[in-house]
Design a protein around this ligand. Structure first.
Ligand code: ADP
Ligand code: MG
Length: 344
């Protein structure tokens, strides 16, 4: 919790709007994380209205995307015992996107990790290393091909599968906030910074940069109040997945919350974090999770093939960027005095 808050402060320091034009920041807690929406515009009133509209949209998405909200569609679908369920437009669209990225990443991103996530219970008091038999039983229910999308918002889950949108939900919500900002009256939201946990959306003009872009820090996995690089972006999302915010330690080993669907264990590929810069926050969110599972070599190859702008930080303190980073943002490596190496 403290670490998440530290990251949050860091980002604000790097990116806060200048005093002019007017700006307003809405801070709130949703989807199990700190969130903040800063809107810059012609007047404080319109900026506040736009920021609150984003907050409301994100809050309204929570039951649609959370599998623990008993009043939500995803909960109902997961507890429908394999029968066909009609869900809301939002839940359907998020599941559709999740399946698309599962296919694109060959299942490295898999939205049916719910049984495994439950078993490991990372970030709860029950967090523990499960028995191998338990992992195998949970894995038997994992597989995105068990999601049947029937159209007209109808979904069916086969073979005991349950959907977990934790790997894509904040990206989906960031894109929804972007739509809200784009729909504001002209001048009401000339620039905005949407920070939903590790998902950042930086939109429009940054008044502190006279209309230029927004600078986002790529956190140091060993000290998230500090950073190893910055990226300057405009109308893009910057998303990071890492092993350092949600984890527990047992017998001196760290177990984090990004699971390899092939093993049922936390992905152990020598990576500390992956950051993706992309126009779509949903895609960036799915891909950071997937790239973390793929590891450096396969992940870099995947990014080269698909033109993805990604930054990999390894446990050997090497920082790698893909070719697409140069065109997606202005990248500045800053990790040298913290022992990191710009491995280009
Ligand atoms: P964060 O939630 O910290 O932003 P991620 O976007 O990487 O991080 O999402 C991790 C969450 O996604 C986990 O808490 C779990 O709910 C789910 N998850 C874990 N492993 C996978 C995976 N291989 N594919 C899809 N979702 C996953
Ligand atoms: Mg993700």
């Amino acid at each position: 919790m403290k670490r998440i808050f530290a990251t949050f402060l860091l980002l604000l320091t790097l990116t806060a709007c200048a005093a002019k034009p007017a700006s307003y920041t809405a801070d709130f807690f949703a989807m199990d994380t700190f969130m903040s929406v800063t809107v810059c515009g012609e007047s404080e009133d319109t900026a506040r209205e736009a920021a609150f509209a984003c907050e409301q949209t994100v809050n309204a998405l929570e039951p649609a995307l959370s599998r623990t909200r008993e009043d939500g569609d995803l909960y109902r679908l997961n507890h429908a015992d394999g029968t066909v369920c009609t869900v809301s437009d939002e839940t359907y669209a998020a599941i559709e996107a999740a399946v698309q990225y599962a296919e694109l990443t060959g299942g490295a991103f898999d939205p049916t990790m719910a049984t495994l996530t439950d078993l490991w219970s990372i970030n709860t008091e029950n967090a523990h290393v499960p028995a191998q038999a338990e992992i195998e039983a949970a894995l038997a229910k994992v597989g995105y091909e068990n999601i049947v999308l029937l159209g007209d918002n109808q979904v069916q889950l086969k073979n005991g599968a349950q959907i977990d949108l934790g790997g894509i939900g904040k990206g989906f919500a960031t894109d929804a906030a972007a739509d809200v900002l784009a729909a504001q009256d002209e001048g009401a939201a000339t620039g905005a910074l949407v920070q939903l946990g590790g998902n950042i959306g930086a939109f429009g003009a940054n008044p502190a940069r006279e209309g230029g872009g927004w600078t986002i820090g790529v956190g140091d996995p060993d000290d998230t109040a500090d950073y190893v690089a910055t990226v300057e972006v405009q109308d893009k999302s910057v998303v990071t997945s890492g092993d350092y915010e949600r984890y527990f330690e047992q017998d001196g080993k760290r177990y984090h919350h990004i699971f390899d669907p092939a093993t049922g264990y936390p992905a152990d590929t020598g990576l500390r974090s992956v950051t993706v810069v992309d126009e779509s926050s949903t895609r960036a969110d799915a891909l950071t999770t997937a790239l973390f599972v793929m590891g450096l070599e396969d992940g870099m190859a995947f990014c080269a093939q698909n033109g993805i702008a990604a930054i990999f930080v390894t446990s050997e303190k090497q920082v790698y960027t893909t070719d697409a980073v140069a065109s997606a943002c202005i990248y500045t490596f800053l990790g040298a005095d913290k022992g990191y190496n710009d491995a280009q």
